[in-house]
Design a protein around this ligand. Structure first.
Ligand code: ADP
Ligand code: MG
Length: 198
């Protein structure tokens, strides 16, 4: 395989087998991969902007997998499929399916009971998804789009700005984003909530 990826801090490496799922054989490095994935992701964002989804529709494993599929279907053969390898992040591969349902059900409960503010529900949903880490790659970007879909379709609010800078490349924004994620891992969602609206 010709793909050489230089991993940056906070990324999950993909296995050789997962690399073989790359659909464009001319992509040889991370920069080219990032650019190609970005074009693919834009088609998913356009799709999400054209529709109107209810909470019942969004909060299903099927929908969450479909979002990933639409983001990466031109790039990776395993787009929209739950990972079959374990990672340094996320839960055991055999528990993903069941845990996704738990995440969806918890989120439905928060909405029905106004457990948190609208923004906090969307950010908690995002953090739970990325903590499960359902896919070999794209988990960060996928979880952010899921939060954007929830906040805009269910709560009729603007999508998040996520620090306004490119979070895929190393830099201050990505550093702040990851720091906020680590704080959220320890149970305090406030920094991530604040980051998402800056
Ligand atoms: N400790 C952590 N807890 C939860 N999520 C994390 C943690 N560390 C990193 N992440 C998330 O995982 C992402 C990396 O996973 P990856 O599948 O490579 O996503 P992407 O390709 O979209 O960057 C990071 O961008 C971040 O969103
Ligand atoms: Mg990645």
């Amino acid at each position: 395989m010709g793909l050489e990826i230089d991993y940056i801090y906070g990324q999950t490496p993909i296995t050789e087998e997962e690399k073989e799922g790359l659909m464009i054989q001319t992509i040889s490095n991370r920069k080219e991969l990032d650019e190609f994935e970005q074009l693919n992701i834009e088609t998913a964002v356009e799709w999400s902007l054209k529709q109107k989804f209810t909470a019942e529709r969004i909060l299903t494993t099927k929908f969450i997998l479909d979002v990933h599929k639409r983001m990466f279907n031109k790039t990776w053969k395993w787009a929209g499929k739950i990972r079959t390898s374990n990672k340094n992040l996320g839960i055991d591969k055999f528990q993903i399916n069941q845990e996704m349902k738990v995440v969806c059900d918890d989120c439905k409960y928060w909405i029905e009971n106004n457990t948190y503010s609208d923004e906090e529900i969307a950010i908690r949903f995002k953090h739970r998804i990325v903590s499960v880490h359902p896919f070999p790659n794209g988990n960060g970007r996928h979880s952010r789009l899921c939060a954007d879909i929830l906040i805009s379709h269910v709560f009729n609010k603007d999508v998040f700005s996520w620090g306004r800078f490119n979070l895929v490349k190393p830099g201050d924004s990505r550093k702040k984003y990851l720091e906020a994620i680590y704080v959220a891992d320890n149970g305090d969602i406030r920094s991530l909530l604040e980051f998402a609206r800056t």
